[in-house]
Design a protein. Structure first.
Length: 274
């Protein structure tokens, strides 16, 4: 079966114990943890609940902001990311999602230099703990100050040049699934991709646009998922579904729809590709 996970941002109002129970009921054994909710519960208690349930952590979200756009200094952002790497290792998360930070008042070259300087510190620490740092590029209309890496091809080139085994990409199909150039990019993206995030959409991404359950929008998610697997992607597909539609449907129904989509996509993949 396709390796499908659910982001805690999808089940925003549930506690971890409730998430574990409902995910298991719908056949999910993978969960992406949000650091804010994790800090409220505590790492030790979360680890106990996850291990008792046999629930795997697909990723930990998130760290970054190395350009200072969120009000923290470069040193503070790096220190926070080091803490996040340690947390990811403690909860057996293979992936820590990173945001580069907005360009702000920096030149583009200086923003790139800040990211490289941060990863020069972070990548060896992550590698030593078995954690992959997945840089998440974001469409410029949806970035809202999170990311100066606003083009998927550009981000892939950056990761390729940085050339460290602990540094890869998080590819969000909600951000870039509308791009007609994406199918042609997939063969080059797959070796660089540690995580794929999934949501449907009506129209181009924006800060106001909902992250819809599959089938509620117009993205051709099935062919993209199938192509990723056929090109060799073997990581997790995280459903990160957020907005009024999710709240009106209710989390249980949304999980059921995500399960149906994941199973349907699994059936599309030729035998031997997974």
């Amino acid at each position: 079966m396709l390796q499908a996970a659910i982001s805690e941002l999808t089940t925003f109002r549930w506690e971890l114990a409730d998430e574990i129970e409902h995910l298991a009921r719908h056949g999910f054994d993978r969960l992406s943890l949000w650091r804010t909710k994790l800090s409220d519960l505590g790492v030790e208690q979360a680890r106990t609940l996850l291990r008792q349930a046999g629930m795997r952590v697909s990723s930990l979200q998130w760290a970054g902001g190395f350009t200072g756009g969120d009000g923290r200094s470069f040193r503070e952002s790096v220190a926070d990311a080091l803490e996040a790497i340690e947390t990811a290792a403690e909860i057996d998360a293979d992936v820590l999602v990173l945001h580069s930070g907005c360009r702000g008042g920096h030149t583009r070259s200086h923003a790139h230099r800040l990211l490289a300087e941060a990863l020069d510190v972070l990548a060896p620490e992550a590698f030593a703990r078995g954690v992959t740092l997945a840089i998440k590029p974001m469409h410029p209309a949806a970035a809202t100050g999170c990311d100066f890496l606003a083009d998927l091809g550009h981000a892939a080139c950056w990761v390729r040049r940085f050339d460290h085994p602990a540094v890869k990409l998080s590819v969000d199909l909600w951000q870039f699934g509308h791009d007609p150039a994406l199918p042609a990019l997939l063969v080059d993206l797959v070796p660089l991709t540690a995580l794929v995030q999934v949501a449907d959409s009506h129209g181009l991404p924006s800060a106001e646009r909902e992250r819809l359950p599959p089938g509620h929008g117009e993205l051709r998610l099935g062919p993209l998922v199938t192509s990723l697997i056929e090109h060799g992607y073997a990581g997790d597909f995280e459903f990160e579904l957020v907005g009024e539609t999710v709240e009106s449907l209710g989390y249980d129904q949304v999980l059921g729809q995500a399960r149906i989509a994941a199973d349907a996509w699994s059936r599309r993949v030729p035998a031997g590709a997974m």
